[in-house]
Design a binder for this molecule. Structure first.
Ligand SMILES: *[C@@H]1O[C@H](CO)[C@@H](O)[C@H](O)[C@H]1NC(C)=O
Length: 427
């Protein structure tokens, strides 16, 4: 065999063995940071990170990681059970999964001292064996020896286990049901979600109306319909229920700031209203005690989010934000449009044979297409740059743990030229 043949063989072996993780098994939900302080009580749930039904991690004062969900206690542990680890991230190929100690090779304790080797990484993937899911993990600290067993990491959350929900906010950012964000800037009426026979009864629909101003676009109105009843929420907290405007808030004094109170219902689901400062309103339609549809309004920009949905309630959802497993599909339920967000948005424009949930008709209406901004967001942002990126970063600091939310926030603050927007979409 000549040298070229050997190279060819090596190249083809490389290609043949490159293992990628199955996308549907990767946890991509909003990241959280977990910290167990030194000498904190390992048996207290406050000092444990509940990741999935089978995995809850913590550490005692000077022992390795342990999985209390599988009944481990500090003394019987070399490694956490039910999980394995690989150095790298879920986008890498050929990850090697092993026990925690084998994966970090003893380096973890040295990692956060000043003189660790440059070949050491604090980025790992954790595999949840029982759930068959992969979590991205970045260690922030790890106390060695008898320093108290403290540790901290930022990790992705698993929308596959339920509860992430879906959202649309800002200069429109959409969060799919698997927790991934994408932007759609078309201006029109959009079917964000549709659930047939919601809770065994009538259909649930959430429509959003996007509009443009200067160089950005945003949600101006959200309409939620359950069965034959409709609630519409728009800029500055204006709302109507079945066409009656601001009924409850007016009668109770619209200027009074207050905590969450029940104001009405649609389709038998209670609606709570909350106002904590003059610029923000929030309406929650309670699905169950723990699950709700929140519409929050900051000045004239409206956001909507489904909190803690169960598969039983939202398993059949379709719409612009995709299906419950996170796929972004066309109306045929088959065509994957995740690679073409403009086509996805156009696909889910409200059609003329579908109920019009908004009271006022506004152009464009199907078959007239959604209006796409003429310039790219990058160009628009450069032109609109009144607020320095550094100032935007400071205003968005509360979102720093979540790279995507942080980026969205900076984007919105600079596009709208309004530092207050750092609080929009903070549900
Ligand atoms: C709606 O759900 C969110 C997230 O779980 C929660 O913070 C909020 O309090 C809920 N709203 C009401 C009125 O209970």
């Amino acid at each position: 065999m000549n040298i070229y043949a050997v190279i060819l063989l090596l190249v083809s072996l490389q290609v043949a063995t490159a293992q990628v993780l199955p996308p549907e098994k990767i946890c991509k939900g909003p990241p959280i940071t977990f910290t167990k302080p030194n000498f904190a009580d390992w048996s207290d749930p406050a000092n444990q990170d509940a990741i999935s039904p089978s995995v809850t991690l913590t550490r005692a004062d000077h022992w390795p990681l342990l999985n209390v969900a599988l009944g481990q206690t500090p003394r019987d542990v070399q490694n956490p059970s039910g999980v394995s680890f690989a150095v790298g991230s879920t986008t890498d190929t050929n990850l090697v999964f092993q026990s925690f100690t084998r994966a970090h090779q003893g380096w973890i304790g040295e990692m956060f001292t000043t003189n660790y080797g440059t070949d050491v990484t604090n980025v790992m993937v954790m595999y949840l064996q029982a759930e068959d899911l992969y979590v991205d993990l970045t260690f922030q600290s790890w106390s060695k020896g008898r320093d108290g067993g403290g540790f901290s990491y930022t990790r992705s959350t698993c929308c596959q286990l339920g509860g992430c929900g879906s959202a649309m906010s800002g200069d429109p950012h959409v969060m799919s049901w698997s927790g991934e964000w994408f932007d759609y800037h078309g201006q029109c009426d959009l079917k964000l979600m549709h659930v047939p026979n919601f809770q065994g009864k009538d259909d649930l629909d959430v429509h959003v109306r996007t509009t443009g101003r200067y160089l950005y676009s945003y949600i101006e109105t959200v309409a939620v319909r359950i069965g034959s009843e409709t609630m519409e929420v728009s800029s500055w907290g204006e709302y109507s229920i079945n066409g009656v405007e601001n009924a409850m808030i007016k009668s109770q004094g619209s200027t009074a700031l207050r905590k969450s109170i029940a104001i009405s219902q649609i389709g038998g689901y209670p609606i709570f209203h909350m106002q904590t400062n003059p610029k923000t309103h929030r309406f929650d339609i309670m699905i169950t005690g723990s699950s709700n549809i929140t519409m929050s309004i900051l000045k004239d920009i409206v956001s909507v989010r489904v909190h803690n949905p169960t598969k039983a309630d939202f398993g059949n959802v379709v719409g612009l934000s995709g299906d419950f497993t996170g796929r972004l599909l066309a109306r045929d339920g088959v065509t994957d449009l995740s690679g073409d967000i403009n086509a996805l948005g156009q696909e889910w424009q409200v059609r003329d044979d579908e109920p019009m949930l908004f009271q006022a008709v506004r152009a464009p209406q199907y078959p007239a297409k959604c209006i796409l901004p003429g310039m790219t967001k990058k160009e628009a942002r450069r032109l609109g740059e009144g607020i320095a990126e550094e100032d935007a970063k400071v205003a968005c600091d509360h979102l720093r743990d979540d790279a995507h939310a942080f980026a969205n926030c900076i984007y919105d603050v600079t596009a709208t030229n309004d530092l207050d927007q750092a609080m929009s979409g903070a549900f």
